[in-house]
Design a protein around this ligand. Sequence first.
Ligand code: NAP
Length: 290
Amino acid sequence: MSRQPIITGTTRLLGVIGDPVGHSLSPLMHNAALAALGANYVYVPFAIAADHLEAALTGFEAIGVAGFNITIPHKQRIMGLLQVVTPTAQAIGAVNTVWRTEQGWQGTNTDVIGFLAPLKAQSRDWSAAQAVVLGNGGAARAVVAGCDQLGCQRIWVAGRDAEKLAQFQASWQGMPVAEKLSVLPWGELPEVLPTTDLLVNTTPVGMHPNSTETPISGDWIGRMPASAIAYDLIYTPRPTRFLQLAADHGLIALDGLEMLVQQGAAALEIWLQTAVPVEIMRQALEDHLR
Ligand code: NAP
């Protein structure tokens, strides 16, 4: 049973900014948690065009917004408007969570925490592991940072555009992860898949409504070791075609819902400075997606 937030004269604001923002499931998940905690906050969506971003931040300060999430297309540009950016967010090059401090706005990126949560639950030794990341966009950056934190020995990032791949590789130059990171043209994936322990789809291929699509074929997935994990960041549909094919080949299949839940829980913990009801956040999303 979902409880409605009670808005009083002292209720504080949290939210998510993006353009568009109507698709975001964050309001659902956060308001469920806030209601369960009896916390005097509401979490609302703010559709903000790119050329209004700076004005929005000034306005947020003026009206006392306590914190907010950031989604496409503002995750990179917002960094230049914040007073403090955590090293994690700097390494990824994107901020998804902002809060107000005495120094001004501070930003971090909780996607790595979210990405890692279901992998840590697998309790594996990752020290000799090879990870392959499909796609070289924004989410791939959090995934690379996550695979590095996990302790993977080798990380391959596969993309379809040679120039973007080269830029992706260059963007990590000077960071410790650069030593274990290589990029790979899409067509060469079959060469690395037989020694891959973790395959992560960060492309939108297979996302609703294109549910019959898969970023790679069952034939390629079939080249992977049976003990490997296939991880799709997509959470609609559940499972994706990619994960169905992986499960058919006996691989462990993880979808993106837990990442969404855990990045949100990590953000809410920052804002409220208290433990948050992760189970209620997960349930709110599962009920909605069902
Ligand atoms: P993005 O920045 O647009 O990156 C998408 C990447 O996918 C790009 O590298 C793009 O390649 C590649 N790509 C697209 N179509 C492809 C195709 N047909 N074949 C090969 N590569 C293709 O998007 P993003 O922000 O990283 O998000 C990617 C996906 O992750 C989305 O489905 C998003 O919903 C999901 N996601 C989930 C969570 C979660 O919490 N579960 C969090 C973040 C993102 P080009 O650059 O060559 O076009």
